[in-house]
Design a protein around this ligand. Structure first.
Ligand code: ZN
Length: 305
């Protein structure tokens, strides 16, 4: 995908469909139901974009089995929304996007969450490893009372744990608390224990650190930000947090617990792809649409949970 907003895939539905088909099926169209390559394009106007599988006899389109499935929103708008979200460094609000796309706020809000879903990594391997430093840091995320027009009390704050490979990717999680047992569960699953762990002075990290090849902590409460000639610090994780906090406070104001993991996925995605171009980042987000269908029911169930 080029990062040119004048690209016809953003305005012409047939070109958007052709782009998606080429992207999803570079080696020929295959049936998302059974995997067969023995398929044919259906003729007739009402079946535009529809394929029929000669083996399982199921019909499908390029959207079937993706986050765009069963959506009545034109593909060209999905492509534009994905591009705008991936390209925006500070995050885009559903309200702003709905004006740009000419869609209702409700539809756009739902689209945004589906696109965030496509930014979640799949089948991930642990970060860090031999001779690698993984920083672990925790922060509180939540809206401020003054940003909410009619709020009587300050919105609830959520604890977020971020693990960053100093030369690689970041992974963030919503955690219930910062007790050693809670943090350990995530840390040992996400980071290779062959790594060196760098943290702040939080006592929970002391025991967890013993499971790693090494552990160093800086004492922030004593105004200490780096030790051992600058080797022990959590500045990478803090930089990663500040990026997200600007987005949360600047764009979204407050984030509900039910949807937090998807926002975290968006911000990890942006961090992990920060060195590539906007167009390349959008292309990676589009690759993630396959097999990650998120239905209205799932989002509502999460919201009511
Ligand atoms: Zn089939």
């Amino acid at each position: 995908m080029t990062c040119d907003l004048a690209n016809p895939i953003f305005t012409d539905e047939a070109k958007a469909t052709a782009h998606m088909e080429a992207d999803r099926w570079p080696d020929g169209v295959n049936c998302p139901h059974c995997g067969s390559l023995n398929v044919h394009k259906m003729a007739g106007k009402t079946q535009a974009g529809m394929f029929l599988c000669n083996d399982c006899r199921e019909k499908f389109t390029v959207r079937t089995g993706t986050i765009f499935a069963r959506s009545h929103i034109p593909l060209r708008k999905w492509l534009l929304a994905t591009y705008l979200m991936a390209a925006s460094k500070k995050g885009t609000s559903a309200l702003q996007l709905s004006r740009m796309l000419g869609l209702s706020y409700e539809s756009t809000w739902f689209m945004c969450h589906r696109i965030r879903e496509s930014m979640k990594p799949v089948g991930v391997t642990p970060i860090g490893g031999n001779n690698k430093v993984v920083e672990a840091d925790e922060t509180l995320i939540g809206g401020k009372k003054k940003n909410r027009a009619f709020a009587k009390k300050e919105p609830k704050k959520h604890t977020v744990l971020t693990l960053v490979d100093r030369d690689g990717e970041s992974r963030s999680f919503h955690v219930a608390n910062v007790k050693a047992k809670t943090l350990r569960e995530t840390i040992v699953k996400v980071a290779s224990r062959k790594s060196y762990l760098a943290t702040d002075e939080l006592a929970s990290y002391e025991t967890i650190g013993k499971e790693f090849s090494g552990h160093g902590a800086v004492n922030h409460s004593a105004d200490e930000y780096a030790r051992l000639g600058g080797f022990i610090h959590v500045n990478t994780a803090e930089c990663r947090f500040s990026l997200m906090k600007r987005a949360v406070f600047g764009t979204h104001h407050s984030i509900s617990e039910a949807h937090l993991s998807r926002y975290l996925a968006e911000w990890d995605f942006k961090w992990n792809t920060r060195k590539i171009s906007d167009g390349e980042r959008a292309a990676i987000a589009l690759e993630g649409i396959d097999g990650k269908r998120l239905t209205y029911r799932q989002t509502n169930e999460a919201a009511n949970a």
